[in-house]
Design a protein around this ligand. Structure first.
Ligand code: PMP
Length: 387
């Protein structure tokens, strides 16, 4: 009898279980918000990327419903064939206006935006220099492009400069980085990266997935936060975090966007974003621009939590400059156990383990719609577990 060619899958799963790397879903019931029902139990939500609390906002929901009634559920085709609607263009103009860039291009997800941009910009004869902590979509975009990929130590601009100085005869060079590192909460050294890119005639692509709506005075992201608005670079982002919808985008010069419309396979060969998601994202951008108080409340919540966490010197907090706060745990098993204990105390926070990150941790993300009592309950739960 020939061996079963699929048997290795069972063995591989068993290895994942043994390492405590096994992942499973938890069912969230009802609308997303600061409080959610997870697997039948109401808990305070510190596990969401809905930083401004917009995913359950009536205005986004109504925009989505109205667009569905007017334009149907599906876009029915790719943008270049039958899928393009006025709404897509309106959203692209709104993103460019938020970011103060010349133009933007909406993709069906942030993941696809990174894959599309990177594979369009570089190929076999090129070099990508990539932060070692970059998101999976940047890493996989780099691999898919066929370029030579070198990872530099996290945010280490000296190492990056050395790599740039030693760069050989590559046709083009692209530096890729997250702006807010989503599993740590720290920011990339953007001004230095921009200087290096300029000095070494290199392109720079920054993933603003966790920066948009959150960082910068007007919510335009880390580029604004660091005073780099208007500089030549490529920004990628998602509509699915602070903007409460689904989809992704690339934004930058009009030439770049025109080029991507002709060369980014994950934009050309996939169905256009649904009317509901497009309209919801458009409504979210208006709110980001008209209601700075949401962002102010989010940052007030970050300050409040950081202050209270001083009561917990035992927690190994990672350096954070964003609404993402992580504390390190010695093993994947310890992170899973901490996640369970927090949930038993009414707190929903994610246990993040390898291979997603190098070391296991609990990730807490704050929302504008958290109230003081939510934050106090989180700290009480941590105190009861760690003191
Ligand atoms: N980049 C980063 C840094 C992310 O965290 C994510 C989502 N986890 C993405 C890209 C992908 O975005 P999307 O969920 O829209 O595919």
């Amino acid at each position: 009898m020939v061996p079963n060619p699929y048997a290795w899958i069972n063995e591989s799963l068993a290895t994942i279980h043994r390492a405590n790397w096994y992942r499973s879903v938890q069912t969230i019931h009802g609308r997303p918000g600061a409080m959610v029902i997870v697997d039948g139990r109401e808990v305070i939500n510190f596990a969401s990327n809905d930083y401004l609390g917009l995913a359950g906002d009536d205005r986004l929901i109504e925009a989505g419903v109205a667009a569905t009634k007017q334009f149907g559920t599906g876009s029915t085709g790719s943008r270049l064939l039958s899928g393009h609607r006025e709404l897509h263009r309106d959203l692209e103009v709104a993103i460019a206006s938020l970011k103060q860039t010349e133009d933007s291009l909406v993709f069906s997800s942030g993941y696809l935006a990174n894959l599309g941009a990177i594979t369009a910009l570089v190929g076999k004869r090129d070099l990508i220099l990539s932060d070692e902590y970059n998101h999976s979509s940047l890493k996989n975009g780099a691999i898919l492009s066929g370029a030579t990929v070198i990872e530099y130590p996290h945010s280490d601009v000296t190492a990056l400069k050395n790599l740039l100085s030693q760069r050989q005869n590559y046709r083009r060079c692209l530096i890729i980085t997250d702006s807010v590192f989503s599993m740590d909460g720290d920011l990339c050294p953007l001004p230095t990266l921009l200087n290096l890119a300029e000095e070494f005639s290199c392109m720079l692509l920054v993933d603003e997935a966790h920066g948009t709506g959150v960082m910068g005075k007007t919510g335009a992201g880390c580029v604004e936060h660091f005073g780099c608005t208007g500089k030549q670079l490529i920004q990628v982002g998602t509509l699915s975090k602070a903007l409460g919808s689904l989809g992704g985008y690339v934004t930058g010069s009009a030439t770049l966007i025109d080029f991507l419309r002709n060369r980014a396979p994950s934009w050309i060969y996939t169905t256009a974003l649904s009317p509901a998601d497009t309209a919801a994202a458009l409504a979210a951008i208006k709110i980001v621009q008209l209601e700075p108080q949401r962002r102010e409340q989010l940052w007030a919540n970050v300050d409040e939590l950081k202050k209270l966490l001083q009561l917990l010197p035992k927690l190994k907090l990672l350096l954070s400059e964003s609404p993402i706060l992580c504390f390190q745990l010695p093993s994947a098993a310890a992170a899973l156990e901490a996640g369970k204990q927090l949930k038993a105390s009414g707190i929903f926070a994610s246990a993040i383990r390898p291979p997603t990150v190098p070391t296991s941790r609990i990730r807490i993300s704050l929302m504008a719609t958290h109230e003081s009592t939510h934050i106090q309950k989180l700290v009480e739960a941590l105190l009861s577990i760690y003191i």
